[in-house]
Design a protein around this ligand. Sequence first.
Ligand code: ASP
Length: 469
Amino acid sequence: MRTLSKEILEWEGKEVEMAGWVAGRRDHGKIIFVDLRDRSGITQLVFTPKDKDIYETGNTLRSEWVIRVKGLVQRRPSGMENNDLPTGKHEIQVTRLEVLAQSETPPFSLDTDGNDAGEEMRMQYRYLDIRRPRLTNNLRMRHLVQQYVREFLSARDFVEVETPILGKSTPEGARDYLVPSRLRPGAFYALPQSPQQYKQLLMVAGIERYFQIVRCFRDEDTRGDRQPEFTQLDIEMSFIEQQDILDLAEEMLIGLVRALYPDVILTLDKNGRMPRLTYREAMDTYKTDRPDLRKNTEDPKELAFGIIVDFPAFEWKEQEKRWDAVHHPFTMPQVSDVGEFNEQFEKDPGQIMAYQYDIVLNGYEIAGGSIRIHESELLTRIFEVMGNKRKDIEEKFGHLLKAFQYGVPPHGGIAFGFDRLMMVLQNEPSIREVIAFPKTGDGRDLMMGAPSEVDAEQLKELHIKVDKE
Ligand code: ASP
């Protein structure tokens, strides 16, 4: 039976079998030390010339070979302990050694945190890069946070519902990724920029409390630390007010930080709550709508959340010469009905506030959401003032407007940028460090070589001709 590094303390004086990768080898005269790495940590193996065969094979071991050993768990001689390692007081006196796989010399060293290696190389050999404890730990913590969130929401009667990846284009401000339909020449699916309309339709369907940890796709130009595909924690609720969603999000975030990051300093207000500011207050005080509320920005262990409310509903798009929704067109303006909306819009569109909110963490926007418009008339009017023709509205949003004719509950929601949340929690400089297989800034997967050209035959089936100009 295999014993893991994290378990060897319980096996002192006994024989164990272990397996893993060679993380390093040091020759000390007659003694060879090998660090064995498995998913739980590192254990020191000792080879002495007593057993000639094993010793000689031990001598051939190189970094990243895969081996299986048997040996005796013993205490290291005094003075030889390594207090930096949880297993640093013990070592394995090897009595059997089997090489399971050899390895080429890795293109970069794996016993650093990786920040020294070129990023293109790291992405190309991501399966090696992930062997670093820092990366392995990021993926493990990402899993634990997802597990926490799933349990938290499930315990509150939320249902995780999967929504389609092959869908229809939604107007959320970014360019869609399109997928050609083979069976309907000239027609395309769009990959979801977010499941916004589906989750609202689930509210019409009576699910009442929905969440999903979901992949979203936006075909944007290289802009900062973004990925063409990214993960959202998406939430929607019926029969609630803005306050209810924000309270839920706050309780979940504080709970998960306390449970999974017990060592961090969580900066809250004097009532133990996340500070809430209006958009105006944030802009006046901090000159940004994603203020960094940490007390001491030098401290890598401090987390400061904040909630920003009352965003303006519309912004002027100079290029397109039209008003656009600051969040998305489904967001409820702070008006009582279409009449009041029309009046206010005529006066000054820029002055209309929305039931819209963001959550910020250490100066990053980690979540955003809104209360939705659930009256077809107001929703149609909003589409109109944003420059859509009646006919286009029917074509683009007819399904939603129709669904709203069949008993739509008041509803609202929020979505967390899960990669960004993990980046800040793990104190990493980029979301690429918390994603198993990230893409480059210009959308390439260097390991798989995607995107790639496809066979002429495949294109023909899809009724596509490529124009390379
Ligand atoms: N779908 C929105 C977004 O991706 C979030 C929301 O309003 O729930 O930003």
